[in-house]
Design a protein around this ligand. Sequence first.
Ligand SMILES: Cc1cc2nc3c(=O)[nH]c(=O)nc-3n(C[C@H](O)[C@H](O)[C@H](O)COP(=O)(O)OP(=O)(O)OC[C@H]3O[C@@H](n4cnc5c(N)ncnc54)[C@H](O)[C@@H]3O)c2cc1C
Length: 251
Amino acid sequence: MGRGINGAILKLLRAEDFPCTVTKTWMHSPTMKALRISSPEFLRTYTPAEGEYLRCWFPDPDHPAKEVMRGYTMIDIDPKAGEFTLLFLLHQPAGPASRWAETAVAGDRFEASYYGSSPFSLPPNKPEGFIFVADAAGIPYVNALADQLADSFPLKVWLLDWQPSHHQIPLRHHQNITIEWIQPSAETLLEKAQSTDWKGWYPHLVCEAKVLLPTRRYLLKEAKIPKDFMYVHAYWVQGKEMGKSRELSDS
Ligand SMILES: Cc1cc2nc3c(=O)[nH]c(=O)nc-3n(C[C@H](O)[C@H](O)[C@H](O)COP(=O)(O)OP(=O)(O)OC[C@H]3O[C@@H](n4cnc5c(N)ncnc54)[C@H](O)[C@@H]3O)c2cc1C
C-alpha cells in the first residue's frame, strides 16, 4: 500500500514516526539477534510498557523505493537513556525485516511508530492463571509478561516447536511457570485447548496466524471466554509477508 490513504489513516490515528538508531548488536541466541535502540524523542513523548510493540519501517531489499512495516516487541526499556532492546528472530525464509536485522550494525537507522498499544492490565476477576501460546517471535512478549505476572499467578507457556534452534532462545524460569513445547499445527493446538479447563484462565495467543485461528474460535465460541479477556495477535503468516509497505518518495 502506498503512503496516500495509509498515511492519512496513520495521521488520523496520530501515529508519528520516530527516528531510531542502533547503538549495539549481539546474538541473543543462535537464531535471535538483539539490537539496542536509541530513540530519545520517542521515549520523551511516550512511556511504553515492557512487552508493548513498535511498528518499525525497514527497507525492502527487493524494492529499493519501498519500506515495509513490521511489529517488534520492546524490552529492557530505559526511559532516562532513551533506549530499549528489540529481539529479531532470523527466520528462513527471511523477509525484509529479518534480512535487515541480520546485517544491522551500530549506527544504522530506521523509523518506527507507536499507537499507544494498550499495555497489559489485570482482568477485574482475580485470574486462576494465564496460558500463553507463542512461537519464537513471541518469546520476547511472553518473557516480558512473565516478569510482571509470575510472582502472583501460575503461568502455562505452550511454545510451538517449529525448529530445535528455538529451544536455545532464553525463557523466563520461575516456580510458577510451566513450559511445554508442542507440535506447531492448528490441530495440535486446538486439541490441547479443547482438553484444557479454561475456567479462570486467561489466554494470550501470539503466534502464527493459521495455527492460532481455530483455537481463537474455540475459545470464543465453545469455551465462552469473553473477547476482552483474551489477548490475541497473529504475529506472522506462514508463506506470506506480514504488514504494510510505503513508497519512500511519499514519506
Ligand atoms: C505485535 C507484534 C510483535 C512482534 N514482536 C516480534 C519480536 O519481538 N521479535 C520477532 O522476531 N518477531 C516479532 N513479531 C513478528 C514479526 O513482525 C514477523 O515475524 C514479521 O513477519 C517479520 O517480517 P519479515 O519482513 O522478516 O518477514 P515477512 O516479509 O513478513 O515474511 C517473509 C517470509 O518469512 C516468513 N516468516 C515471517 N515471520 C516468521 C517467523 N516468525 N518465523 C518463521 N517464518 C517467518 C513468512 O512466512 C514469509 O514466508 C511481532 C509481530 C507482531 C504483530
